[in-house]
Design a protein around this ligand. Sequence first.
Ligand SMILES: [Zn+2]
Length: 486
Amino acid sequence: MSKKNQLGVTPLSEDVSAWYNEIVFKAELADRGPAKGTMVIRPYGYTIWELLQAQLDQRFKDTGHVNAYFPLFIPESYLHREADHVEGFSPELAVVTHAGGKELDEPLVVRPTSETVIGEMYSRWITSYRDLPVLINAWNNVVRWELRPRIFLRTTEFLWQEGHTAHADQQEAMDETMQMLGVYAEFARTVAAIPMIEGEKTPGERFAGAVRTFTIEGMMRDGKALQSGTSHYLGTNFAQAFDITYTDVNNEVQHVHTTSWGMSTRMIGAVILAHGDDQGLVLPPRLAPIQVVMVPIGRDEDGVAAAAKADELAAELKAAGVRVHVDHRDASPGFKFSDWELKGVPLRVELGPRDLEAGHVVVAHRVGEVDDKGRAVKQQIPFADFVSGVPALLDAYHDMLVERAETFRDENTSVVDNWDAFEAQVATGFAVAFHCGRPECEDDIKSATKATPRCIPLEGEAAEGVCIRCDNPSAYGKRIIFGRAY
Ligand SMILES: [Zn+2]
């Protein structure tokens, strides 16, 4: 039996899976939808998504992309035009066969991803080298039938963005693929406070229809990996399937080279699992719906005065662009503190009658220094310095979360060159090891340890050796990252 804390949450240190499910519900991030595998994203969770979306979208625009919208329904035959694509997605498709009270002449697929319908449209829109590059992103929902759904991590319907670009040649399309991988990694670190390993997927883990798939992989608090964004170089596979051609400067007809790249509501799962602790969520300030919660203390007249001062300071913070909330609920300070801890609010500000008299607020960080009794070290900040000081406190808190996550990841990542060490390492973290590159050897490792190749890291020294599992010569020219994954 697990020991739950006073808010009824199983400690993360005891059972990550139970902790995750309870936190998602208790922090009111999301709920299960009536249809199996669907999720309802509640306001607190949806605000995180909106913050994520706004900051990611800005990065797309800064790199020259524009947004558009493509249809939810795709003629089933489109999926069949790219052989690998249909093979990869068929088991997950939801298909509409009846509509308007009759059977459809051709079934419609609910989009699992939009390469095919966008390919069809690009074939109409692109005719000349002057039309290139096409740099479009779409924010939408997709449906992939999940047998083992998990809120935010694997749901039948999820929200994401899918970028789809078309280029004159391979070099330009590869540059785009790598640029967007870099955008994801920078976004994850700068906004979500998660340091990512950037790398390429092995052939067995490639996107269905891609020539090359690149990924960002984060380490969660239990040492497991979470693939958090992918960027694909599609070569001319979809250009050939959908006849996307252009006439070049020499008046010769060429196929375009395309890319696609996506990040989804799964990233919210990454934030929960990369930062959380026994007390609940730990939200990075740039994604926190509430960055500062103010808790006025005291019941009598003095309490009223403290509450009024809290409102006044909150109004100033709001004007300074800080997301702040004043908790006026009729509940004990202790209850409120635990509740906001559970919800992962970065800074808690206490203001009682004695603080009012002294002219300061008391600030506690959700994660930070603790005294020898394990209690959070609180900071007294004079009213005059408080509002102007909050942005710097939030930035420092963000940096601390990045550093903490990076230290944790590095401490749980090891280079291993023998099988026993490999098995032990992937039980708790990432193993960096040589692999032969054979898909059947990947499968063998997976059935023995549940670990899969996460990526061939972009960084990492060139080296050759023998496969950690089968002793065949190593592929890829370097050691690669293995881990168990969500
Ligand atoms: Zn092998």
